[in-house]
Design a protein around this ligand. Sequence first.
Ligand code: NAI
Length: 244
Amino acid sequence: MERLKDKIAIITGGANGIGKATAKKFIKEGAKVAIWDVTEESGVQTSKELGDNTQFYQVDITSAEQIERAAQQVFQHFGRIDILINNAGITKDATLAKMTIDQWQQVIDVNLNGVFLCTKLISPYMIEQAYGRIVNASSVVGIYGNFGQSNYVATKSGVIGMTKVWAKELGRKGITVNAVAPGFIATEMVKKMPEKVINMMEGKTPLGRLGKPEEIASAYAFLASDEASFISGTTLSVDGAVTI
Ligand code: NAI
């Protein structure tokens, strides 16, 4: 079953981790994928690995100029933009006492401003065609908070708020807007953590393990598909029940 047949999707941060798994899943579901990422090397590599139905664009989502240019290029190449997965994100963890203003600002710039800019500059293409699916990366910590993550939690809570605003603003234009809140997912970032921390994460999760990037990709595919055509403004937790 190809639930995203011939749909054109932009996936930010699509070169690695959850974004890469999502690109792979979307292609399997029949979509054509524009991978947007700031890192050229892994972007080119991922696009090669995933084959003809992907195209890599080097884009820093903190730059309105770069987003605008890349959106135009995607539109010229593919003829439409149906799906935006606002997945790119970074962490710069420190307690309130130790967090530098620079650490605060960098995370806000990518995880909050980047999501705002991509949605602001890509949604006009969707409005024009009266169809669109936007799915944003939040996190369970955006709902429950987390020690040492003032910056990251602010952005992930902010994403949930913006998702609701845009669901209201864009609904009558044929566009749904949702968020996914992953729990602890075994990406490279998490795998590098000390075994003790990983064991703690697994212990806290009722399903007794970390999630896989593919399990988040499935949630993105569902929310981007027409099976989810009456779902908008929601945040779907995909967390092995860690938050209940
Ligand atoms: P990752 O670090 O494996 O991949 C993130 C990608 O975003 C990288 O390819 C990176 O180059 C790209 N990126 C970073 N800054 C960028 C910028 N300015 N412009 C364009 N691309 C940029 O991260 P992962 O783990 O796959 O996470 C993906 C999303 O899911 C993030 O938003 C993260 O906050 C969220 N998330 C991840 C969880 C986890 O346990 N891994 C849990 C909850 C949420």
